[in-house]
Design a protein around this ligand. Structure first.
Ligand code: TYD
Ligand code: MG
Length: 446
């Protein structure tokens, strides 16, 4: 086979070279060269074909039929179901449960009479069989292949004409046309391009697995995000059962909704009542435990925040935070010291958001402060109380979004006292709202 010509192009300035270079001679940037296929002479000179123009009213109304997976938590995240031709990237750390979820999705789609091809580029067929037995997969509509060359895969698909394709994972596939090794930027791009083309042409849904490293971004998923229709991140802590799927891009739906799962012995189980799940082991009579509410899309979820404050045995006090921004916790501690008048300089302070959940919004600020105080003073906080509000640098309590939704959810779960920012409180009519303006109100209130 004749090798297609490739060249190396600096991704910063566009300088091209026939060999890979560490530093670009033109813009002096390091590590910016990526292998690319050279355009053929013919391609450059050709006139192209005549293209038709459309006005809005000429375009046929998009009346695509959604294809649900029947896994409620997943369907909500993708906007009700897959759209034909859709290409979805499922990204997450190795071992988090991507293959497990995709096999379960394959099973559901198979049961709904969709033909699924599962390309297991990473694992042998035997490993797939073991997983399938564990998950009690019953559908006979799933066709497995263990192959890594994208050209061979796509040309073999003629035989089955699948409705759904699963590529597990993009980092282990390679294209014949490129010399670089699997997992490199150029390979990942080329393969995604070929998959997207195939899907568009044949109307098949493609789900692509992409591994992300602990640091968050890896060359793989980030470089392909713009080429696919939806990107779903699989989050969670490998050592906890709790898993969250979160869309970061969705051409056919919202990116507000999240899906919650629990990794069990028998695969992923949907968590339909996350608040109850997260509060299930909560201690009612212990200092340092406080409940707050986070808002995720159309849902509000109750979370437990724990703090442990104890005398430091060494010169430098320890500070450890799990599930929230540690810098933000340091800031809250400073506010508590400077404005609240507490001295915490000799205390070790540990904060944990229970369940391995990672909170990204600031509405739990006052719950963190309350948990710290509760542990520091060794006083239990009313177990029927929930606290929500953002804390500013001057100690003021700032308003939160979706206050009504959060309050409703807390009421539903039997909570009776609600600490809310004054600005939110005045718009709500629920009884037993404790309106707080600043951190001193909070200290008094609890
Ligand atoms: P896996 O889906 O292979 O992760 P990924 O494809 O994201 O790398 O799942 C990884 C972990 O999940 C593995 O360590 C075992 C565990 N697991 C369960 O706890 N229960 C199960 O039913 C299965 C299939 C896996
Ligand atoms: Mg896997």
């Amino acid at each position: 086979m004749k090798k297609p010509k490739t060249q190396y192009v600096c991704q910063n300035c566009g300088y091209s070279s026939s060999k890979w270079l560490g530093q670009c001679p033109s813009c002096q940037e390091w590590n910016t060269f990526v292998e690319e296929k050279t355009a053929s002479k013919k391609g450059l000179n050709s006139q192209g074909s005549d293209i038709k123009f459309y006005q809005l009213e000429d375009i046929e109304k998009l009346k695509f039929q959604r294809i649900p997976t029947n896994i409620e938590e997943f369907d909500r995240v993708i906007g009700g179901g897959f759209v034909p031709s859709e290409v979805v990237l499922i990204a997450g750390e190795p071992g988090i449960g991507k293959s497990t979820m995709l096999l379960e999705i394959s099973n559901e789609l198979g049961k709904a009479n969709k033909k699924v091809v599962y390309i297991s580029a990473e694992e042998s067929l035997k490993q797939q069989k073991i997983r399938a037995e564990r998950l009690k997969i019953t559908s006979n509509n799933i066709y497995f292949i263990s192959e890594t060359c994208i050209e061979s895969i796509l040309s073999s698909l003629k035989k089955v004409k699948p409705d759904v394709l699963i590529f597990d994972s993009i980092q282990t596939l390679y294209s014949d046309g490129l010399q670089s090794s699997p997992g490199t930027v150029s390979q990942v791009r080329e393969i995604t391009y070929q998959i997207t083309n195939y899907s568009r042409l044949k109307g098949a849904i493609s789900l692509i697995v992409g591994h992300v490293t602990k640091e968050g971004v890896s060359a793989g998923p980030k470089t392909m995000e713009h080429m696919v229709d939806a990107v779903i991140y699989f989050e969670g802590d490998k050592y906890h059962q709790f898993r969250i799927i979160r869309p970061v891009k969705n051409r056919f739906g919202s990116t507000q909704e999240i899906g919650l799962f629990e990794m069990t012995e028998l695969g992923l189980k949907e968590i339909l009542n996350p608040s109850a799940y997260l509060l299930s082991e909560r201690p009612y009579d212990r200092p340092g435990s406080v409940i707050s509410v986070i808002s995720e899309g159309s849902r509000a979820i109750l979370v437990e925040i724990q703090a442990l404050v104890s005398d430091s045995k060494f010169g430098i006090p320890k500070r450890l935070t799990i599930g929230y921004d540690p810098q933000r916790v340091n800031m809250l501690i400073s506010v508590l010291e400077k404005i609240g008048g507490f001295f915490l300089g000799n205390e070790d302070i540990f904060i944990n958001v229970i369940g391995g959940i990672k909170v990204k919004e600031t509405a739990i600020d006052i719950a963190i402060i309350a948990a710290i105080l509760s542990s520091f003073k060794n006083k239990v906080i009313n177990p029927k109380a929930v606290l929500m509000g953002e804390v500013g640098l001057t100690g003021e309590i700032r308003s939160i979004s979706n206050a009504k939704l959060r309050l409703k959810q807390a009421e539903k779960l039997g909570f009776e006292t609600f600490f809310l920012p004054a600005s939110n409180a005045k718009e709500l009519k629920t009884k037993n709202i404790k309106s707080i303006k600043n951190i001193n109100d909070l200290i008094e209130g609890i």
